[in-house]
Write a protein that binds this ligand. Structure first.
Ligand code: PLP
Ligand code: TYF
Length: 397
């Protein structure tokens, strides 16, 4: 037949959920995909988001198309959230609504491929979110990796990172995770970001930030935006991908934004026109519901204040689960140093477990996570942390 030669592709991350679903053990634990769960292990609807949805429903808005770059009240508010309300970037920003963070990265990749004046090659950290390389390759960019993670310290390879920035040809494109690095949970400190910025500037590199977890790392949306805002303050006209999947719990609504800081308003207008030319043949214009929700939360003072507390609650629960997991492992008498579990930040902990040990966790203990040793801390609860620690202890000692 026509498609007889189409080869079978490998299963994606969702394969973990399939294996989890097929397991009949009633105390099985799913720490695979990065989605927040409450302490009962259930998906979480934020009260501020529910209130915003009710306001939207009650106002019986029409379902007319948004413009190509989305709902302006949303993109304006998203820009303020990321760059800060007093940022110099706001008056010289080209911004478009996007199909969540993935769509923002894809528009960014396509824009760089078409318009970046230097080499069409993007450096991403090693390791990085599994989809980064695919998104940028499919955008037509060449993908290279820079040193990021030191498996001996289960921490940042800062020397390697700075050396790779310095070794890359002048004017290279570097992609950074703004906060809560996925999959390692290892972020540079503010002092390290300052050195990274200096190295990027010295080489004339271009910085593209992926901020999928603003608020989720520290619980403070400003603290989590430090790197983005610092680079802008130092004169970098960065590109930025934002997602509201995690921090508003809007995963399936697919709401995000892509922006480019420009030299001035006139440049921003030209860049905006080219973003529109890119977006139109992709999907004409973006979906409206998630944008309306996020806009309502960000632009209604009571909802915004409530949301800030709700983001902090989610971040704090994750931080508490990290401490509980480490305590439980130590109480069991584990001789390993588990301090990385609490020093890492965001949705994920990089345990240092090998692929074989991760297989053993799944097969013998019904604990499911990715083979690279990453566990989604958001899937840990006060009820399952004890059994999880025992399982890790039995596998690792
Ligand atoms: N970037 C990183 C680092 C991520 O972990 C994710 C996934 O959560 C995304 C981008 C994009 O996610 P989404 O497309 O759901 O916003
Ligand atoms: O890394 C994760 O688990 C999250 C969720 O295509 C995710 O970032 C995973 C894969 C994907 C989209 C989101």
């Amino acid at each position: 037949s026509t498609w007889a030669n189409v080869p079978q592709g490998p299963p994606a991350i969702l394969g973990i959920t399939e294996a989890f679903n097929a397991d009949s053990f009633n105390q099985k634990i799913n720490l695979g995909v990065g989605a927040y769960r409450d302490d009962k292990g259930k998906p979480h609807l934020l009260p501020s988001v529910q209130k915003a949805e009710k306001l939207i429903f009650d106002s019986r808005l029409f379902k007319e198309y948004a413009g190509i770059t989305g709902i302006p009240a949303f993109t304006k508010a998203a820009a303020v959230l990321a760059y800060g309300k007093d940022s110099s970037a706001l008056d010289r920003l080209a911004i478009t609504q996007s199909i969540s963070g993935t769509g923002a990265l894809r528009i960014g990749g396509a824009f760089l491929e078409r318009h970046y004046p230097g080499a069409k090659k993007i450096y991403i950290p090693n390791p990085s979110w599994a989809n980064h390389a695919a998104v940028f390759k499919d955008s037509g960019l060449e993908v290279a990796k820079y040193s990021y993670y030191n498996k001996d310290t289960i921490g940042l390879d800062f020397e390697g990172l700075v050396a790779d920035i310095k070794a890359a040809p002048q004017g290279s494109i570097f992609m950074f995770h703004a906060c809560a690095h996925n999959p390692t949970g290892v972020d540079p400190t503010p002092e390290q970001w300052k050195e990274i910025e200096a190295a990027v500037k010295a080489q004339g590199h271009y910085a593209f930030f992926d901020m999928a977890y603003q608020g989720f790392a520290s619980g403070d949306i400003h603290k989590d935006a430090f790197a983005v805002r610092y680079f802008v303050e130092q004169g970098h006209n960065i590109a930025l991908a934002q997602s509201f999947a995690k921090n508003m719990g809007l995963y399936g609504e697919r709401i995000g934004a892509f922006s480019i800081v420009c030299a001035d308003a006139a440049e921003a207008k030209r860049v905006d026109s080219q973003i529109k030319i890119l977006v139109r043949p992709l999907y004409s214009n973006p979906p409206i519901h998630g944008a309306r929700i996020a806009e309502k939360v960000l632009n209604t003072p009571e909802l915004y204040d409530a949301w800030l507390l709700e983001v902090k609650e989610m971040a704090d629960r994750i931080i508490t689960m990290r401490a509980l997991l480490k305590d439980n492992l130590e109480k069991l008498g584990s001789k390993h140093d588990w301090s990385h579990i609490t020093s890492q930040i965001g949705m994920f902990a990089y345990t240092g477990l090998t692929p074989a040990e991760m297989d053993q966790l799944a097969e013998e203990h019904s604990v499911y996570a990715t083979k690279d040793g990453r566990i989604s801390v958001a899937g840990i609860t006060t009820a399952n942390v004890g059994r999880l620690a025992e399982a890790i202890f039995k596998v690792k000692g």
